[in-house]
Design a protein around this ligand. Sequence first.
Ligand code: GLU
Length: 330
Amino acid sequence: MKNIRFSLILLLLVAIFSCAKKDVVFVTIGTGGVSGVYYPTGGAISKMVNNNFKEYGIKATAESTAGSVYNINSVLSGDLDFGIAQSDRQYQAVKGLSEWAEFGPQEKLRSVFSIHPEAITLIVSDKSGIKTIEDLVGARVNLGNPGSGQLQNSRDVLGAFGVSEDMLKSEYVKAVEAPGLVQDELLDAFFYTVGHPNVNIKEATSGRVKVHIVPIEGSPIESLLEALPYYDRAIIPHDYYELSTNTEDVPTIGVKATLVTSADVFDDIVYAFTKEVFENFDEFKTLHPAYGILTKESMLKGLSAPVHPGALKYYKEAGLTEHIKPELIK
Ligand code: GLU
């Protein structure tokens, strides 16, 4: 009798344990540096999914990473389930350009949705006397860390004005380090492609060393906008950084943050992520001021990779497919 009771308890424990184990799916989103907007965005998306743990059994977490290029590559290798990546980098990976030129088109990359706009932001110390892109010649400038989205954006902007990297004292450190280096007078300027407002630019503008944001405009930029389809005009509102010595909003160009995944990620996981963000859209929008202008339709623009079937399932249910480029529906 005792033996039977013991066996039954054991069986029950094994059943409970294996059920609990089977039910939890751990999902990781690759983001960017902790002072950017990707990191809180990964947290916001995770929160929406984790709120509904009972239904999906998913525990989502945001991981700080080097940025867009790292995230795309890690999603493709299966090291990350999702990644946040600039729309221009998504385009380049799909077409086999830039960092992917030697590897060709990345066929497994899938898009989920796009998120906030990101502006190419050039911060310079007032002391440096830099007022235009051409003034950067000879200066100590951070172009962006390897693996980041901004590295190629800095190169594109410099190239548009005929400035090459070897005409500068180029640095390649992470964005999180740049404001401190400017304040320590070890750096004159840094580029960061990022959503606004963000704590990095707030930190850079609120120290002892006074700084301003340089406009990225003029006929070279007009030509760039014509040549490269993924760039668009953008504005950095002065209100966000009142301690900068700018007196008005700063015109620049920008891209969009997007959520990407791989064709290998299961449909039900991607479905859960898409559904929770879209069905709780008003709550999602309160999680960061950079999401203020988002609409459900705008989140389906700026994508280049085919839409993942799990996301598409939700867009069909919600009647949103008409807002997606037909060639991305496979
Ligand atoms: N756009 C940057 C990148 O792709 C990241 C910006 C952020 O973390 O908000 O590396």
